[in-house]
Design a protein around this ligand. Structure first.
Ligand SMILES: Cc1cc2nc3c(=O)[nH]c(=O)nc-3n(C[C@H](O)[C@H](O)[C@H](O)COP(=O)(O)OP(=O)(O)OC[C@H]3O[C@@H](n4cnc5c(N)ncnc54)[C@H](O)[C@@H]3O)c2cc1C
Length: 481
């Protein structure tokens, strides 16, 4: 259904995490606000988020966690090769703890705070996941009486005398269009991970890249901003979710909670390429984005396990805490059952063989035998002189049967394409704001990264979604409320 009125102070395009954070802030500031959401449901990929980044939050104070913001800023700028905007990143870091506190006061519950793999201890894990956080924000939005329309997408930003004046919207079900009059627009459409043409500008496409998004992040915010005169800014980073089971028969999210996937990635013993050669220190899995990048340096990637590893992970415990997950189980109790089921179903991504020679033959990996012999020697020596894996994680591969899991790369979201200033105002190619147009969440998070998403600062896209949504509204109000 189309919106009730023809004019609003503010229209928020996208009802995901950043759009809802912006809407609650607009409610607090008494702005006459409309949210338009092109999907049938709200929350976007915010529904799948595990946690949000914050520095100096109430929870970190409780836990005695202190972080020097200047040191953190410097670390992230180095990680981004100075492609991140220092002032924007600094503002986000400095306000991120207060944003966690704001969410907490609204009723969003957090269960813990800490690191994710090798990282700063910044990810605040939502109680009940992103779905619960989204539900809390939505309750607040409804309390403020903010109008929401679903199955309505934004088509074109209208401008008059250099200022935003309106928005053309489309009913996604019927194709009907309508024009709204509006003072300010916030683009909160979730970035471009589901738009292959735009992804291609950042990463050559191949069939091992698997999007785990809900499919609605098609780069609409970027197109709307560019049409309105925004700079075509650098495409930034793809947020790789690390190695993912390469299953071409089902949507990638099906395997997200798979224990076989965890065994093959975060608990990885040995990764080999299409020839059966080892090509990386498997501890690369401590940073899921680095893991994704390293997989893409090879034509194919297989994670090799033996029966001893499967039994250990199923019955005894993990080799290391699940680096990519803020909530780590003690062991992979379902692993053996998952393997049995996958073998019964002849799943192509999983191969079992009684000997290494048989595994090599089945998968056409000519160097596998020599690679495993060499790897076991390294384990015996207690020092990975080949790639530098930490001694504690050098696990031998000696007890058949053997298993190989073929991996692709999961992609959670894509950042970049729009340049914004510290108020989240969209900038033209001369560096000046397009009056009345703002971008937030993944649509503007390219400002925080270089070519690789910084999982060194875990939870940063969700933390930024909340920060930037609120930041844009507070700046609109500074001038007009
Ligand atoms: C599986 C998964 C797990 C993740 N986990 C984390 C995590 O733990 N921590 C973290 O920091 N980040 C995580 N992320 C990244 C996540 O994308 C962001 O943190 C967060 O969702 C970004 O918020 P957003 O508002 O920019 O996008 P979204 O929450 O995706 O919202 C965008 C909304 O805009 C709507 N939309 C798009 N185009 C239009 C249009 N033309 N008109 C109207 N509406 C439109 C979409 O339908 C969608 O509802 C994860 C992502 C995925 C996929």
């Amino acid at each position: 259904m189309f919106p009730k009125k023809a004019h609003y102070d503010l229209v928020i395009v996208g009802g995901g995490l950043s759009g809802l954070a912006a809407a609650v802030s607009a409610g607090e500031q008494h702005l006459d606000t409309l949210i338009i959401e092109k999907g049938r449901t709200l929350g976007g990929d915010g529904n799948y988020v595990e946690g949000a980044m914050g520095v100096d939050s109430y929870l970190q104070k409780q836990e005695g966690i202190t972080i020097d913001p200047t040191e953190l800023l410097q670390d992230e700028l180095n990680y981004s090769h100075y492609e991140a905007s220092a002032p924007h990143l600094k503002k986000f870091i400095n306000q991120s703890g207060a944003i966690i506190d704001w969410l907490h006061k609204l009723g969003v519950e957090f269960v813990k705070v800490g690191p994710q793999g090798k990282s700063w201890p910044t990810i605040h894990t939502f109680n009940g996941g992103g779905k619960a956080a989204i539900a809390t924000l939505l309750t607040k939005v409804n309390e403020y009486g903010i109008e929401i329309v679903t199955s309505i997408g934004a088509q074109k930003v209208l401008q008059h005398n250099g200022h935003v004046s309106g928005l053309i919207i489309k009913n996604e079900a019927t194709g009907q269009v309508r024009e709204l009059s509006v003072n300010d627009i916030i683009l909160a459409t979730g970035g471009y991970i589901d738009n292959p043409e735009l992804v291609k500008k950042r990463t050559p496409l191949n069939d091992r890249l698997l999007s785990v998004s809900d499919g609605k992040s098609t780069g609409d915010g970027l197109q709307l901003a560019w049409q309105a005169g925004a700079e075509h800014y650098q495409m930034g980073a793809i947020q790789y979710g690390g190695g993912a089971i390469l299953d071409k028969t089902r949507p990638p999210f099906v395997h997200m909670a798979s224990q076989l996937a965890a065994a093959a990635t975060q608990e990885a013993i040995l990764w080999v390429n299409e020839r059966g050669d080892r090509f990386v220190n498997e501890d690369v899995n401590d940073n899921m984005c680095h893991a994704g990048s390293s997989i893409l340096t090879q034509a194919r990637t297989f994670s090799i396990l033996d029966q001893a590893a499967v039994d250990h992970l199923t019955n005894v415990g993990l080799y290391k805490e699940l680096g990519n997950s803020p909530v780590s189980p003690e062991k992979l109790a379902n692993l053996t059952d998952e393997i049995t089921c996958d073998l019964k179903n002849n799943e192509k991504y999983l191969t079992k063989a009684d000997s290494i020679a048989e595994l090599a033959q089945k998968l056409n990996l000519p160097n596998l035998d020599a690679t495993i012999e060499r790897y076991n020697k390294v384990v015996e020596q207690g020092e990975d002189s080949d790639f530098g894996k930490a001694a504690a994680y050098l696990t031998p591969l000696k007890e058949g049967p053997y298993y190989a899991v073929e991996l692709g790369v999961g992609m959670a979201c894509a950042l970049g394409g729009i340049r914004v200033d510290d108020q989240n105002a969209v900038l033209n190619s001369y560096g000046y704001p397009l009056d009345g147009l703002y971008a937030v969440g993944n649509d503007s998070a390219g400002m925080l990264v270089g070519d690789t998403y910084a999982v060194t600062l875990p939870g940063s896209t969700a933390g930024y979604a909340a920060f930037s949504g609120r930041n844009a509204v507070l700046n609109i109000c500074k001038e007009k409320c």
